[in-house]
Design a protein around this ligand. Structure first.
Ligand SMILES: Cc1ncc(COP(=O)(O)O)c(C=O)c1O
Length: 405
C-alpha cells in the first residue's frame, strides 16, 4: 500500500470559515521550530502578546494565545471563571450562543438565556432587563454568530454588566480583524477569537484577552500543578487542566512556569496574522471587509436571491442567501466545488437546507474572490435550473462605492 504526497486542490474558501490563509502566514508556519523556553521563542511570545493587544484594542496585560481552535478559547474562558452553581447568562442569537450555554452547563453553572429568533439580534434593553432579572456572575455573548450571519451590537453592554455586577465575555471568533472589536471601549472582561476567519490564518490558535478584573477572579482559583513548585492553592480548582487560565497566565508570564509544549508553528501563524492586521491598519481593513460584504450582498440580490436575516445587523464578512424554491442547495455547492473549486457554506439546525452562507474575509476579502464567486454561483444556479441574472455588475459597483480596489 502506498500513500501519495499531499496534493490538495487549490480551493477558494468562501464559506463562513475557514478561509484561505494569507501567504505570509503560511510562510511563517514553515520557519524553524523552537522550544518554548528558548529566549528567541519567549521573545516571539512577548511580541505576540503585544501584537494582540493592538488587534484587540486593549491595554490588558493578559493577552495571549490558547492552543486549540476557537472553541478552546471559549472553553478556557468559561471553565476558568465558572464554578459549579455560578450563574451564567447567555445572549443566544444562534448556534454559537447555544455552544456558550452548553459549555456553561458542562461547567456546572446555572445557565439562563436571553434569546432572539435566528436572523435577529437582541436590543440593549433586552440585555439589561435579563441582567437585572438574573444577576449573573458572567454574561456571555457572541459578537458575530456565523450560524445566522448576524452581528450583535455590544455598545453599552459593558456598562450594563458593571451596573449588575456581572463579568462580560465576548466570542469574537468570526469578527476579530474584520469588524471593530474595541475590547476596552466595550468594557469586555474576556474576549476570545480564532485565526481562520477575518484574521486570515489556519484554525488552531485562539487569541484571548483578559481584563484585570477577570484575571483577579481567575487568580483566586490558582493551583500550581503537582511537581512544578510548592503545591499551592486557593479557591476551587479550575475543572480543566489544559484550559486552566491561571496556569496559562503563569506560563505566559515572566516566571514561564511550565504547562503545555507550545504549538510553535501556530504561534508563528498567529503572530503573522496580527502583523498583517497591524500593518494594514483598522480603517482600511474594516472598510475592505465592509466593501466586500456589501458587494456580495448586492451581487446575490441582483442575481435574484433573497438575503437572509435583519439587514441592519448583518456581519460584514459573511452573508446568508436563501436557496431558491426547487433548487437543491447541496447540488449547487457540489458544482461550485467540482467545476470552479470554490467552497461556499451550508447551514445548521433550523436553517439547514434553507440558506447558503458565503464569506469574504481575511485574505479572501478582495475583489477577485468576490467577483469569481458570484460569477461561478450564477453559472451553477443556471445549471441547476434557476434562471439567475448576473450579479457581477452590481457587485462591481458596490466594490467601487466601498473603495475596494
Ligand atoms: C462565532 C463562532 N464561535 C466559535 C466557533 C468555533 O470555532 P472552532 O471551530 O475554531 O473551534 C465558530 C466557528 O465557526 C464561530 O463562527
Amino acid at each position: 500500500m502506498t500513500f501519495a504526497d499531499l496534493d490538495p486542490p487549490a480551493r477558494l474558501l468562501m464559506g463562513p470559515g475557514p478561509v484561505n490563509a494569507h501567504p505570509r502566514v503560511l510562510r511563517a508556519m514553515a520557519t524553524p521550530l523552537l522550544g518554548q523556553f528558548d529566549p528567541e521563542f519567549t521573545a516571539y511570545m512577548n511580541e505576540t502578546m503585544a501584537l494582540y493587544r493592538l488587534v484587540f484594542q486593549t491595554e490588558n496585560r493578559w493577552t495571549f494565545l490558547v492552543d486549540g481552535t476557537a472553541r478552546a478559547g471559549i472553553e478556557a474562558a468559561l471553565v476558568s471563571l465558572l464554578e459549579p452553581g455560578d450563574k451564567l447568562l447567555v445572549a443566544n442569537i444562534g448556534r454559537f450562543g447555544g455552544l456558550l450555554e452548553e459549555i456553561g452547563e458542562r461547567c456546572g453553572a446555572e445557565v439562563a438565556t436571553v434569546a432572539a429568533p435566528w436572523g435577529e439580534v437582541l436590543t440593549a434593553a433586552q440585555i439589561e432587563a435579563a441582567l437585572a432579572a438574573h444577576k449573573p456572575k458572567l454574561f456571555a455573548c457572541v459578537h458575530g454568530d456565523t450560524s445566522t450571519t448576524m452581528a450583535q451590537p455590544l455598545e453599552g453592554v459593558g456598562e450594563a454588566c458593571r451596573r449588575h455586577g456581572a463579568l462580560f465575555y465576548v466570542d469574537a471568533t468570526a469578527t476579530l480583524g474584520g469588524m471593530d472589536v474595541p475590547v476596552d471601549r466595550w468594557g469586555a472582561d474576556i474576549v476570545t477569537a480564532g485565526l481562520q476567519k477575518c484574521l486570515g490564518g489556519p484554525s488552531g490558535s485562539a487569541p484571548i484577552t483578559i481584563s484585570d478584573r477577570a484575571a483577579e477572579v481567575i487568580a483566586g482559583r490558582r493551583h500550581v500543578e503537582r511537581g512544578l513548585a510548592q503545591a499551592t492553592g486557593n479557591g476551587r480548582r479550575i475543572a480543566s487542566n489544559y484550559f486552566d487560565l491561571a496556569m496559562l497566565m503563569d506560563y505566559w508570564s515572566e516566571t514561564r512556569l511550565n504547562h503545555h509544549t507550545e504549538a510553535a508553528s501556530m504561534l508563528y501563524a498567529a503572530r503573522e496574522c496580527a502583523r498583517v492586521v497591524v500593518e494594514e491598519g483598522f480603517p482600511a481593513r474594516f472598510a475592505r471587509h465592509a466593501g466586500c460584504g456589501a458587494a456580495m450582498a448586492a451581487g446575490l440580490s441582483a442575481m435574484g436571491l433573497m438575503l437572509y436575516g435583519d439587514g441592519a445587523h448583518r456581519m460584514s464578512n459573511v452573508t446568508g442567501a436563501f436557496i431558491p424554491e426547487g433548487v437543491d442547495g447541496e447540488a449547487v455547492r457540489g458544482r461550485m466545488r467540482r467545476d470552479y473549486s470554490i467552497e461556499i457554506g451550508t447551514s445548521f439546525g433550523p436553517l439547514h437546507g434553507k440558506i447558503w452562507r458565503i464569506g469574504a474575509m481575511g485574505y479572501n476579502a478582495m475583489r477577485p474572490a468576490v467577483l469569481t464567486t458570484l460569477a461561478a454561483l450564477e453559472a451553477c444556479l443556471r445549471a441547476e435550473g434557476f434562471a439567475a441574472r448576473s450579479g457581477v455588475e452590481a457587485a462591481r459597483a458596490a466594490l467601487q462605492a466601498g473603495g475596494v480596489g
